[in-house]
Design a protein around this ligand. Sequence first.
Ligand code: GUN
Length: 295
Amino acid sequence: MAIIIDGKAIASEIKEEIKKEVLLIEKQYGRKPTLAVILVGNNPASEVYVRMKKKTSEEAGINSMQILLDENTTQQELLTLINQLNADNSVNGILVQLPLPSHINENDIITAIDPVKDVDGFHPVNMGKLVIGQQDCFIPCTPYGCQELIIRTMPDIKGKHLVVVGRSNIVGKPLANLMIQKNNMANCIVTVCHTATKDIGYYTTQADILVVAVGRANMITKDMVKKGAVVIDVGINRIQDPANPDKTKLVGDVKFDEVSEVAYAITPVPGGVGPMTIAMLLKNTVKAFKLQNMK
Ligand code: GUN
């Protein structure tokens, strides 16, 4: 049976490290890093994520500003708010929770955030810096968390074949770019599968490290995984509980029970990648504070 990668415990360790770092920052600068999180509308999943981000930030000693806006907020109103936060020196990180209501253009919003406060790492400047391997950027939190889980599970990953299923701007694309970098935390051979891939199993069975981020419940089955692979499941899908049809449950994109019979190690859902994403957001917020106060 596979090792179950405990994302919750690892995230907790990272949070403790950040807590110590925040205390040092407070001693040196007399203030704490501050993160502003904006939520537009009432998407229930987003509401849960935003609440978790606030709670975890505060546990690590980071100041948390939560800005909850009505579903009907206009793009211009949101842009005005972002400009105010960009200009506010007491705010170090700005995160706009996605998805946004359909009348708002996500790219316009992401591009309006000052790149040095873009703790999500979605701004084209940060994406570009990630691609060319520049260190003064923010790595998107979910891929960053996946990388941390991978290297803690498989310390020598040089030359390993990493297959990522999914090419989103939030996970697949940044992860692929992160893991081909020439450094000790990456240096992998990377294959990206997506909706135009005819036989996904042909690729996934060649993966030493398999990362799945598509948002389709239980799509990766045992026959699609190489024996001894490290499997990272980014999916969070709410389905009807087969054991209790009146209830729902959260599952990943990987069929956990059967894949854990062949994998070397696997992340659970929940308790795998999810908590890591927030831990890396805190790390990025501390980095934002440092980048803004270095001069
Ligand atoms: N929605 C799903 N994942 C993310 C994320 O990492 N950041 C933001 N801002 N929204 C998301």
